[in-house]
Design a protein around this ligand. Structure first.
Ligand code: NAD
Length: 440
């Protein structure tokens, strides 16, 4: 039934999606995972027996990770202010999107995720509400929250919560971009750490890309950031620099640490002699012009990530001389798909009860993803795996779990063999679940 959507126009897909969402009335449900052979079993799972685990947890709070589902349960939280490419459509309209995310969490990572949409846009209120949810969850996935609020929210929550807090539009995108970029640089035979990389747009996605590139060892002086036409290239002498300090602290930070040559101008000037461009700005085409690609260094790498239409269409970029092109779209090769990141990162983090998701854990995930592709067939049209490649998720999750243990932020310290066995079993079970439930 669902397979018939291929070959439909966009409007027809929307209509089909409404019909199927109405038919199934949502996409996830809670199902028991313990045997219930008779009503007597409830005296174990509920009263009076459940008082045993409850008292145990009251004595030792970490026992909640062993005696309840908290360890594997993540909240997918949005205020509905920047949903997909639809903008500020509010928390109710964000619900099906968050539910879809929960579905991906389960199917790809074996993670139980609960959609939580909040009727507030206020930063302080969001922080207070999310913080008090902590006892219910093993992790928090922030989703589709407008920038620059999302930066402050993530940073503050990461400091005050003792479970992983993640904003997928920032870290998730950056992880997959880094993996793709590592592989693209391997293919063109250049050293990513000393190459000229241009970021077009410094919002949720590219701000994290900048942070991860720096953490990966890329010389930030060689990175050039271009914002919208009225702002242009960020540099130390930018006339609005002092204003950015309050309005856009991430632009301020980037202006100080990137662009050591103090290049000025717009996208064209930034791209001259650059090795790679990562655009995550606004839907194109026409944001990046083919003639600017021609002025890049040999073997240009072009990531045009805006959805639904990339900043430059892949066919135009390739015609202008781009060697490797990636977009956010599934109908072109090299889709930078966030679903290649978050399910495995959380799988790895939850498996060892990590208290945080650090940049090092994400970089380990990006490297594992890149290496998996290298081992299974790296080419100009395959710098990332497809969502169907289960092994990629397993490798990534193991890398994340091991890094958490090495960094001393895992509550559970287990051997690599056990990590691998557990992760493989959970991910493979999740893939089989729909069939087990008769949903195919
Ligand atoms: P955002 O709104 O947080 O940031 C966009 C930034 O681009 C802003 O700082 C804005 O000022 C800047 N910008 C706007 N017009 C510009 C122009 N003409 N030139 C240069 N900069 C410009 O959004 P985001 O979450 O960072 O996402 C940006 C785009 O990337 C969106 O289209 C989004 O759909 C896409 N995206 C794709 C993926 C993916 O493919 N996996 C992941 C994340 C985001």
């Amino acid at each position: 039934m669902i397979g018939c959507r291929f070959g439909l126009s966009k409007e027809e897909i929307f209509e089909e999606a409404i019909r199927l969402h109405r038919l199934f009335k949502g996409k996830i449900e809670v199902v028991p995972k313990v045997p219930i052979r008779s009503m007597k079993d409830f005296s174990i799972w509920y009263t009076p027996g459940v008082a045993g685990p409850a008292r145990k947890i009251a004595d030792d709070l970490d026992e909640v990770f062993e005696l309840t589902s908290r360890w594997n349960t993540v909240a997918v939280i949005s205020d509905g202010t920047r949903v997909l490419g639809l903008g500020d459509i509010g928390p109710y309209a964000a619900y099906p999107v968050m539910e879809g995310k929960a579905l991906l969490f389960k199917y790809l990572g074996g993670v139980d995720a609960i959609p939580i949409v909040l009727a507030t846009k206020d930063l302080e209120e969001l922080i207070r509400v999310i913080k008090v949810l902590e006892p219910s969850f093993g992790g928090i996935n922030l989703e589709d929250i407008e920038s620059p609020k999302c930066f402050f929210l993530l940073e503050r929550l990461r400091k005050i919560m003792d479970i992983p807090v993640w904003h997928d539009d920032q870290q998730g995108t950056a992880l997959v971009v880094l993996a793709a970029l590592i592989n693209a640089f391997k293919l063109v035979g250049k050293d990513i750490k000393s190459s000229r990389i241009v970021l077009v747009g410094l919002g949720a996605a590219n701000y994290s890309v900048l942070r991860y590139l720096e953490a990966y060892g890329v010389n930030t002086g060689n990175i050039v950031v271009v914002e919208r036409p009225d702002i242009g290239i960020l540099h130390r002498g930018h006339p609005l620099l002092e204003r950015f300090r309050n309005t856009h602290p991430h632009w301020y930070e980037a202006a100080l640490k990137t662009n050591s040559e103090n290049i000025t101008g717009g996208i064209r000037e930034a791209l001259k002699d650059a090795d790679a461009v990562i655009a995550a700005s606004r839907p194109g085409p026409g944001i990046i012009k083919p003639e600017w690609i021609k002025e890049m260094n040999d073997y240009p790498i072009v990531f045009a990530l805006a959805n639904p239409v990339p900043e430059i269409l892949p066919e135009e970029a390739l015609k202008a001389g781009a060697k490797i092109v990636a977009t956010g779209r599934s109908d072109y090769p090299n889709q930078v798909n966030n679903s290649l990141g978050f399910p495995a990162v959380f799988r790895g983090a939850l498996q060892v009860r990590a208290k945080k998701i650090t940049d090092e854990m994400c970089i380990a995930a990006a490297e594992a993803l890149a290496k998996y592709v290298e081992e299974t067939g790296l080419s100009e049209n395959r710098i990332l795996p497809k969502m169907t490649e289960v092994e990629a998720y397993v490798r990534e999750a193991i890398a994340v779990a091991e890094m958490a243990i090495n960094q001393g932020i895992a509550r559970r310290k287990i051997s690599r063999e056990i990590i691998e066995e557990e992760i493989r079993e959970i991910i493979e079970r999740a893939h089989k679940l729909p069939e087990m439930l008769g949903l195919r």
